[in-house]
Design a binder for this molecule. Structure first.
Ligand code: AMP
Length: 216
């Protein structure tokens, strides 16, 4: 399985990606998580990326394509992988199509902007594992605390209303272009496209996606 998960920031890509990767034992390749890891470790890339992430803009294509190329060399990708947050531009999509990890399936999650902002602003994260919660839609058992480790949850610096608005604008301008690219590929029989309206709770969405994936 080589899956691309498309959708606006905050639509629930990360949550669904994590579930599908556990279910199908494939590697979860989240470029946002990889960048945030660089920010925490204060690598040269992390220092450069922090400003871009905080502004809600996109990191340069060559950097992202190189990051994915390197990640794909790791053993866990052999059994399959799911791309979460990549590709975000046509250039990234074309680079992926020419790589050994060219996707066979593209999942598109869609939701209206008002609901997306609500999902982004209520999102909380366990930094060490990447586990994601929402204060209203999937709250932890104890407020602001990770269910598994008991460690504190954090709100991402870019999960505020202002940056979320900018990220949505970038998504609608640039990333949405790749949706048409993949729709064309699906029409040509090169990939399978699964569309979901991302409505309802995370369990319900996960079940719908698994059902769609398992239909041959
Ligand atoms: P995410 O966690 O996927 O919402 O990504 C957080 C931020 O990381 C984005 O708003 C971008 O600034 C940056 N980023 C993540 N993935 C990419 C990508 N494929 N191309 C460019 N920038 C990215």
């Amino acid at each position: 399985m080589k899956i691309v998960m498309l959708g606006a920031p905050g639509v629930g890509k990360g949550t669904q990606a994590a579930r599908l990767c556990v279910r199908y034992k494939i590697a979860h390749l989240s470029t946002g998580d990889m960048l945030r890891d660089n920010v925490v470790r204060q690598t040269p890339l992390g220092l450069q990326a922090k400003k871009i992430i905080d502004a809600g803009e996109l990191v340069a294509d060559n950097i992202m394509i190189h990051m994915i190329d390197e990640r794909l060399k790791m053993d866990d990708c052999r059994s399959g992988c799911l791309f979460d947050g990549f590709p975000r531009t046509l250039e990234q999509a074309k680079a992926l199509a020419n790589s050994p990890a060219a996707p066979d399936t593209v999942i598109n999650l869609d939701l209206d902007d008002g609901k997306i902002i609500e999902r982004i602003c209520g999102r909380r994260m366990h930094p060490a594992s990447g586990r994601i919660y929402h204060v209203k839609f999937s709250p932890p058992k104890t407020p602001d605390t990770d269910d598994i480790t008991g460690e504190p949850l954090v709100q991402r610096d870019d999960d505020n209303e202002q940056t979320a608005g900018m990220r949505l604008q970038v998504f609608r301008q640039q990333t949405a272009l790749i949706l048409q690219y993949y729709k064309n590929a699906a029409a040509a029989g090169q990939i399978r496209m699964i569309e979901d309206d991302a409505e309802g709770d995370a369990d319900g969405i996960a079940e719908r996606l698994a059902l769609a994936l398992e239909i041959k």
